[in-house]
Design a binder for this molecule. Structure first.
Ligand code: 6GU
Length: 254
């Protein structure tokens, strides 16, 4: 996969590209990431990328020509995404969809915005990362790249496989425990020490459902639950009804 970023701050991406899983994916050539300085596509002697808005008013607008030239040098077929709070909110499903693309172009907005002709004629899709305002699309571009790159084949090892991720099945992940078995008097749930893999899988599924029900009930409504999941959910709801199922009941305090 190739990702091209169009930005007036390409340096912002350096530490992001030089560490951890993203660095590993670049070294393996699973992904090729190029951050382009928009100014390099401005042909006037001042390398102007923005200008005053027609009609007056505050702020500057990104000019269409440099963005156009920057996008046109990127190979086809390409998906051109403009990062803006106007866009559809990014989610795990969108990350999976993008992970299938050959060429992804991320245009980072700045200032008051970008000339409308870019949005209408050049951009395939507008994406936001949530309902708040940032100064530009650079951090959203990193958010999207991180979510997408970890889904590419062979980027994650078996240990941190995407199958266990929160949202993989539309649910939040189950709780995790590591040594020590007892910490400040709080014990690890006994089932995890039992060695009974069937029981452990059932516990994890149930706790994944419980986390989702308690923290993100909206996700439960959207999730594809099988009859077994529905039984577990009914158990959880009965426990909540009885006032059980709080963490005091699940982690034995010694
Ligand atoms: Cl993609 N851009 C900006 N400027 N602000 C945002 C955003 C994007 N997503 C949420 N807020």
């Amino acid at each position: 996969m190739r990702i091209d970023i169009i930005t007036i701050f390409p340096e912002l991406f350096n530490p992001f590209l030089q560490l951890g899983i993203v660095k590993k994916a670049l070294e393996k050539k699973t992904v090729d990431i190029r951050a382009h300085d928009l100014r390099n596509f401005a042909l006037d002697k001042h390398r102007m990328v923005d200008d005053y808005p027609y009609g007056g008013g505050p702020g500057m607008v990104l000019k269409p020509e440099p963005i156009w030239r920057a996008v046109e040098q990127i190979p086809q077929p390409r998906r051109v995404v403009f990062l803006t709070p106007h866009g559809r909110t990014f989610d795990q499903e969108k990350a999976w969809e993008m992970a299938q693309l050959k060429n992804l172009v991320l245009i980072c907005g700045r200032y008051e915005g970008v000339d409308e002709r870019v949005r209408e004629e050049l951009v395939d899709e507008e994406i936001s990362i949530g309902d708040y305002v940032l100064n530009g699309g650079e951090i959203p571009a990193m958010v999207i790249m991180e979510a997408v790159i970890r889904l590419l084949p062979e980027v994650l090892g078996d240990e941190d496989s995407v199958v266990g991720d929160s949202f993989y099945q539309g649910l939040l992940d189950h709780p995790h425990y590591t040594r020590p078995e007892e910490f400040k008097g709080y014990r690890v749930p006994g089932v995890l020490l039992s060695g009974d893999h069937k029981k452990i899988a059932r516990w994890r599924k149930k706790e994944s459902l419980r986390q989702t029900l308690l923290k993100r009930p909206d996700l439960i409504k959207k999730a594809n639950l099988d009859p077994e999941d529905r039984d577990l959910l009914a158990e959880i709801e009965a426990e909540i009804e009885e006032g059980l199922g709080g963490k005091e009941d699940r982690n034995e305090k010694c």
